[in-house]
Each structure stands twice: as C-alpha cells, then as structure tokens.
Design a protein around this ligand. Structure first.
Ligand SMILES: *Cc1c(COP(=O)(O)O)cnc(C)c1O
Length: 363
C-alpha cells in the first residue's frame, strides 16, 4: 500500500530526543525556546509561541485578539473541524463564508457578504498547503477594522507573493504527524506584535508571567521539550520535504493532464503551494462516483484521503447549534475531492503507478 501520509523520522530526531530524555528536563524548557527561535527565523517573524497542538494555537491566537462571547468570526466551512471549533471555544460564533471551487479556499467576495456589526475577525484557512487570497482578505479586514487569524495548520513554508503564510497576520500552525512536519502533537503561533506575544505566552501558561501569579484565565497548552526536540530536527528538513512534495505534485500534474473528469490542483498566481495534500476532483464526467473511485484505488494498493467528506455547517455538532447554511461550492467539493499520496517517501515508480491506474480506470 502506498500510504496517503508518512512522517519522515531520522537519526537527528532520535538523537535530540535522547538528549532531552537524558537531561531530566522533559517538559517545556530550553528545547522549546530553541524551537521557537528557529521557527520565528524560518518564517521571518519576530515571535513564535509553541503550544501543545494546532487547535490550541488557534484558540490562543483568537483569545489574544480579544475574541469572545457576542463576536462573530468569518471562516471557511471546508476545513478540518478544529478551525471553527476554536472559535466556539472562545464563546464566539463561527460564520461560514463559501469557498472558491478553484482553490478550495474561502472566497473574499463571500466574506464581504457575511460581515455584520458583530463581526470581529476573519479566519482564513490555507487549505492543502496553498495560501488563501491574503491580499484581498487583509484589505477587507482593514476596511472593516477586523482582526485576522490565519489557520496555517496545513501550510508550513507556503507563500503568497513571496511572503510566508502566517505572517500576513497572526498565524497558527499544527505539527500533527500527517502535516508537512511534525512534533508528535504540537503547534505554534507566529506574530510580529510584542504585546500579542506576551498575551499568548500567558494564555499558554495558566495566565501567568511570574510563577503562581495568575493575572487572567489561561490554559495548560505547553509544548514539551521532547516534542520541541523532534520539531528542531523536522524543521531542519522541512524545505527538503516541501521541495519533494512540489516535485511529486508537478509530476502527477503532468501525468494526469487532459483526463476527462479529473481536475488537478489549481495554483493561484504568485502562490507557493506546499502540497500538504495533492487533491484532485473526480467529477461526473469521469464516469465514476468519487467514493467508488477511491475504493478502487485502495484495492489496487493506493492510499487516498477525503479532505473533507462533510463541510462543517453540515456536521452534527453544528446542526445541533442551529446551522442550516446552504454553501454550494463547499458542498459540491465535499462530494468530489480526493487526495492522492505525494509525500516525500512516494517514489517516481509509485507516481507512475498511481497515474497509470487512474488513466486505465477512465478508459
Ligand atoms: C490539523 C489541523 C488543525 C488542528 O491541528 P491539531 O494539531 O490536530 O490540533 C487545524 N486546522 C487545520 C486546517 C488542520 O489541518
């Protein structure tokens, strides 16, 4: 089976983790500090705050921006559930704006239509490793005095117009094992704002700056030094891994070009797509129904993923909250998207096999 995702763990990760275990200092300590410094440098930002997950990163980022009860945050319905749930955690209301079919990312036009006098922030998601339309989104935010929290949990190292995602505003990243790099579980928030940095460090640490003095309600969202050690080694190979994904994606693009009913990923002008997922659309012209197509590939030894089969507004948890939106693009994409393996361990032979299997299934 060619798996849909596979973390690359090497000797460096093992060496650094052993160093931490031998040190006796295994919770948040010097390795977290070093990882934060490296992450800030890699992204070209002043501050990076490491936390226990991408979900925690989103939650802390929203809280630091003052999002709370009564506020509305406009976000995409076509993402992992953590994106919108982090808004609910703040007691605020996620408001879903539909996506653009081409990029799968939130539509700036649809955002504008959802702005009310309660809107406090926009949370774009850089889905599958491609930046949302940040130029437009930052303009809308400026015009309406809105905060922006970027969900960059799938987009480590992605860029738009030469600028890293997560640096247009406050960025939240995840290091779950299927992402482009991992720390086991983990996350990080990026910002250039010293006041936000300080607030986020307090939120991560039970609201304290000085031990046992608690100024605000905070959480235990710390990253461990064991995770940070893995992260330091992983960050060292992130560029290599992203380049491998980009190369594999370009290869599949070529091999799958011109097939009826198969739409390969669209890359926005000026975007550096890092292909957290290589997601095609299987449309009715293919003669296949997407789920049957996926099953056929799985039976032939090709792992696939469906990101995501149910848009958030259709999830039971949101329906129970009274959501009844109709968001045609997200709903259509949920029926058509299919992710294929392109992670760094996928070989050219694997890619040829994937492409040939798809080609012959369409004949
Ligand atoms: C993975 C992911 C998250 C959550 O990250 P965790 O580390 O699993 O908590 C949030 N948003 C998106 C878009 C993700 O892909």
């Amino acid at each position: 089976m060619i798996p849909i995702a596979k973390p690359l763990i090497g000797e460096k990760e093992k060496e650094l983790v052993m160093e931490v275990l031998s040190s006796g200092m295994i919770a948040q300590g010097p390795k977290v500090k070093e990882f934060e410094k490296n992450w800030a440098e890699y992204n070209g930002v002043k501050h990076a705050v490491a936390v226990s997950s991408g979900t925690a990163a989103l939650h802390v980022a929203l809280l630091a921006h003052g999002i709370g009860p009564g506020d509305e945050v406009i976000t995409s319905p076509f993402t992992f559930i953590a994106s919108a749930n982090s808004i609910l955690y703040c007691g605020a209301k996620p408001v879903f704006a539909d996506i653009e079919e081409k990029t799968y990312n939130i539509s700036p036009e649809k955002i504008k239509q959802k702005i009310t006098d309660k809107t406090k922030a926009i949370m774009p998601i850089h889905l599958y490793g491609q930046s949302a339309d940040m130029k437009e989104i930052m303009e809308i935010a400026q015009d309406h005095d809105l905060r922006v929290v970027e969900d960059a949990c799938q987009a480590h190292g992605a860029e738009l117009s030469g600028k890293m995602v997560g640096t247009y505003s406050t960025g939240a990243f995840s290091f779950y094992p299927t992402k482009n790099m991992t720390t086991g579980e983990g996350g990080v928030i990026t910002t250039d704002d010293a006041a936000l940095d300080e607030k986020m460090r307090m939120l991560r640490e039970h609201g304290s700056k000085v031990r046992y003095s608690h100024e605000i309600l905070g959480y235990n969202y710390r990253m461990t030094d064991v995770s940070a050690a893995i992260g330091i080694a992983q960050l060292g190979r992130l560029s290599f891994c992203n380049e491998a994904r980009i190369k594999n994606a370009a290869y599949l693009d070529k091999k799958l070009a011109g097939l009826d009913g198969i739409i390969t990923p669209y890359v926005m002008k000026g975007a550096k797509h890092v292909y957290h997922q290589y997601t095609i659309r299987v449309t009715t012209e293919s003669g296949w129904e997407r789920d049957a197509f996926a099953k056929m590939l799985n039976e032939k030894g090709i792992g696939t993923g469906i990101h995501y089969p149910i848009p958030l507004h259709k999830q039971a948890v949101y329906r129970d909250l009274g959501y009844s939106d109709v968001l045609p693009a997200a709903e259509k994409m949920a029926h058509e998207v299919l992710s294929l393996p392109i992670h760094p361990s996928v070989t050219v032979k694997d890619l040829d096999y994937i492409a040939e299997t798809i080609r012959s299934a369409l004949k």
